[in-house]
Design a protein around this ligand. Structure first.
Ligand SMILES: [Zn+2]
Length: 291
């Protein structure tokens, strides 16, 4: 780092001022790059919730479907039993046989009726579940489409920001060259916290935190011969004659105004004399009272 010694301090301070703008912009963009993906969190969370609900409903549907298949089997079995019983009627010879068979047929018939009724009910509820699932599917796919679109836009935005960040980092390296890396690191830390990292000293006051600096220290800053940090806010300080003379000229303007006001006074008599001409002064009334 031979260049450190070679670069005049005034130039280093100028570089730091330029670097300040580059860094402030860079950190702002970095924060954006970090924040942007979070804007998708809400939609992604809802989508995950819908998917979970769908899985749950789908399990319900599958269960119902198995139940319906089971009922159909049971219905068929009862039906078969009844039909067998009816066929058997042709072959019976005694009343006793008839009674037993009729009882069997009646029982099968009753089971058949019961299962048919139950099946109808369960098939209807299966159909309803199916409709709900279809609704869920449509909603999920449209939400998914939205989220993907948002993600695409976001990725593009982030990649644009990253391109700008790359350019800024290049600029940062250019501006940092020739300045003590330790000072650069300190400077970066300040800017991350405060945006401004290098400020002027006006009179004895730090323009960053507006604290009055020790007179001896402020005096040293005026030499602009080395990099000095404000003891209160840690910002780098520089002395700029034009800023100081601006402050002085402001102060002298105020002085001139004050003088002008003193000069403008109507008749040349003091205000106190004019006031005495006013009618009801407290003094007059007290005199009346005494008389
Ligand atoms: Zn300060």
């Amino acid at each position: 780092m031979q260049k450190t010694d070679e670069m005049p301090m005034t130039e280093q301070l100028e570089r730091l001022k330029e670097l300040q703008d580059v860094l402030a912009e860079k950190y702002e963009l970095e924060a954006k790059v970090e924040e942007l993906p979070k804007s998708l969190d809400g939609s992604t969370e809802s989508l995950d919730r819908y998917k979970k609900e769908y899985i749950q409903k789908n399990a319900e549907y599958e269960e119902k479907k198995a139940q319906v298949a089971q009922l159909k089997e049971e219905l068929e079995e009862a039906q078969k039993k009844r039909e067998e019983g009816e066929k058997g009627m042709d072959a019976i010879s005694t009343h006793r046989e008839y009674e037993i068979l009729q009882k069997q047929i009646d029982e099968a018939q009753s089971i058949e009726d019961e299962k048919r009724k139950e099946l109808q009910k369960e098939e209807k509820s299966l159909e309803e579940l199916n409709d709900i699932l279809k609704g869920h599917e449509a909603f999920i796919s449209s939400t998914e489409k939205d989220v993907n679109e948002q993600r695409e836009n976001l990725d593009k935005e982030v990649s644009d920001l990253n391109k700008r960040l790359e350019a800024l980092t290049k600029k940062e390296n250019e501006k940092s060259e020739g300045i003590n890396p330790e000072i650069i690191m300190k400077f970066q830390r300040i800017i991350r916290r405060n945006t401004k990292g290098i400020v002027a000293v006006a009179g004895n006051v730090c323009d960053g935190c507006h604290m009055v600096l020790p007179a001896q220290f402020a005096n040293e800053v005026r030499h602009n011969d080395q990099i000095r940090f404000c003891p209160y806010c840690s910002r780098i300080l520089f002395y700029d004659e034009s800023i100081v003379s601006k402050v002085y000229s402001l102060q002298s303007d105020e002085l001139v105004e004050d003088t002008d006001e003193d000069l403008i006074d109507g008749d040349g008599f003091g205000d106190e004399i004019d006031d005495m001409g006013d009618g009801d002064s407290p003094d007059t009334s007290s005199m009346d009272f005494e008389n």
